[in-house]
Design a protein around this ligand. Sequence first.
Ligand SMILES: Nc1ncnc2c1ncn2[C@@H]1O[C@H](COP(=O)(O)OP(=O)(O)OP(=O)(O)O)[C@@H](O)[C@H]1O
Length: 296
Amino acid sequence: MLEAESLTKRFGAVVAVSDASFAIRPGAITGFLGPNGAGKSTMLRLFLGLVHPTSGSALIDGRPIHEWPAPSRKVGAVLDTQCVHPSRRAIDSVRWAAWLAGVPTSQAETLLDRVGLGAVAGQRTGKFSVGMRQRLALAIALVGDPEIVVLDEPMNGLDPEGIAWLKDLLRRFRDQGRTVLISSHLLAELEDLVDDLVVIARGEIIGSGSATAFIDRFQPQTISVLSDKPQPLGAAVIEAGGEVIETQGQRMEISGLTSIQLGEIARDAGIVLLGLTEERSLKKAFSEATAKMTDL
Ligand SMILES: Nc1ncnc2c1ncn2[C@@H]1O[C@H](COP(=O)(O)OP(=O)(O)OP(=O)(O)O)[C@@H](O)[C@H]1O
C-alpha cells in the first residue's frame, strides 16, 4: 500500500502539494488526475524519494522508499522518456539500468520483447520515436520486476495503437497483482483503465477512492430521454422525486431516477419513450469537481 499523510511540498513560494492524505490500494490501477501544474508529478516524485517532503510523509508499505533494501524491486517508474543516452543501443541501456539496480542483466532481451522492441534491441536509441522511447523507458522501469509501476503521463505522444497496447499491458500488470500508478491531465486517457482515482487541483486532493464512487459523488447518473410528451413526462418525473435538468424540444435530461424507474413512470402516464441514454462519465465528474473547487 502507498500512503500519503499530510503530505506537503513547497518549492519556494509555490505549494506544489498541500496537506495531501490518501491511500493507494495494492493490486489496482490508480489514476492521478489533474490539470497541468496540479502537482501530479511532484506527488509521484515524493513517493519515489526524488523530492523530499516539506512536511508529512509518502510511504510505501509503511516506509519511505529509501528505507527499502532493494527499491527497484519495490517500484519501477517511467517519469521521463529522455532517460537513456542516444548513442547507446537499446539493449545496452536496459542492461545498464539492470546493473545499476543490482539485478541480473540477462533479462534485458526478454524485457525488450515484452515492450515490443525486440526487433530493434541492437539499434542506437537516438533516432527512436516518442512511442519507442516510452516503450524503452518502460522496459527500464521493469528491470527489478517491481511490485509497483509508476508512470507519469505515459500516453503523451503515443498513437492510438500505442495507447491501446499500453493500457493492455497495464491491465496485465494488475492481473499479476502489481499496483499501477498513472498520471494524466486527460480524462479520456484514464476513463476505461483505472479502478481508483486521486484527483488533484492546485496541489490539493479533490477526491480519492474508487473511480465509480468519485463519479457518484460529483455527478449522479443522468438520463437523456426523448419522448413524445416531454411536458407531462417532466411533471411525472418531478412527482416521482426526480429532477429535470434541461428540456430541449422532445429531449430532456433527468437525474435522481434509474432508467427502469423512468420507464415505469412513462408507461403509467401513457407516454412513449422514443430514446433513452444513461450518462455516467468521468469527464462530467471531473469538470463538476473542479468547478466545485473553484467555488470554494
Ligand atoms: N523542481 C521544482 N522547482 C520549482 N517549482 C516546481 C518544481 N517542480 C514542480 N514545481 C512547481 O510545482 C507545481 C506543480 O508541478 P507538477 O509538475 O508537480 O504538476 P503536474 O500536475 O505534474 O503538472 P504537468 O501535468 O504540467 O506536469 C507547478 O507550479 C510547478 O511549476
